[in-house]
Unconditional design. Sequence first.
Length: 136
Amino acid sequence: MAFADAGGVDVVVQEIGPRIKLTVADDVQRGDVLGYSSGWKRALATVGSVVQARYVALDTALSGSVIEVAREAVLQGARFSGAAIDGVVYVGEGATAGRYTQTAPSTSGDAKTPIGRAIAADRLHIRCQSEPDSVA
């Protein structure tokens, strides 16, 4: 079975390291990966609209809300299924902003920086970085 991130808030998040607060410029769900592009929004790997992964949302909130985030976290829950254990995790593309994938983005200009690994079929260890993304 291929990896799937169904989205939604059915996820347990165990942050690693400090929490910080920021104001989101997008509706976000607990566990979404966030980046900055004219405000803190759900990350996206798609060329032309890349939002590089910087933090994991620890709360669900509407645009304009202040939430807590962490740079590193372990995510687990029904939101995820079929992950290849020890497989690399990337930011999703297209209509999957804020979600995760194990398929490396391959379109020229897509963000393709690994942001974590699957540690079980339904559990991800995400570690966002502050360096610029590499691109396909």
